[in-house]
Design a protein around this ligand. Structure first.
Ligand SMILES: [Zn+2]
Length: 131
């Protein structure tokens, strides 16, 4: 089932198993995690360190990410925004546009960190644990 709205869970360490509809945020490690909003169960990692997503939290509990979250590495290829905890579905993107985006991002990271990123941010090959 599609997730319409997330609720924030503030943590130091991201737990090994995540619950649907929860947005785990670790300020300590400048990263956050959630299970894909389409309901497929894949773990989505959205770091908010420099060069990645911008995370804004209003009223201590409403999270907004910029830019959108595109899970191109998953079979679902879902693409959405998280605005004030709500999932706003975005349209599909062409492969060319995705390629351009990731190239632009790689350039941006090189500028910030002076070297190519060791790990691509969208290599989510990890399968969810079966329970
Ligand atoms: Zn999905």
């Amino acid at each position: 089932m599609k997730i319409k709205r997330f609720s924030i869970v503030k943590v130091d360490l991201i737990p090994a198993s995540l619950q649907k509809g929860k947005l785990y945020i670790s300020r300590k490690y400048e990263t956050s995690c959630h299970l894909c909003a389409c309901g497929c169960g894949h773990k989505v990692v959205t770091p908010f360190s420099k060069g990645y997503w911008t995370l804004t939290i209003r009223w201590f509990r409403l999270a907004t990410f910029y830019p959108s979250i595109g899970n191109w590495a998953f079979p679902c290829e879902s693409h959405y925004w998280i605005r004030n905890n709500r999932v706003v579905w975005a349209g599909p993107m062409s492969e060319a546009a995705i390629g351009q985006n990731s190239e632009r991002h790689a350039v941006q990271l090189r500028r910030l960190y002076g070297q190519p990123p060791v790990e691509e941010i969208r290599t989510f090959t990890e399968k969810p644990k079966q329970s």
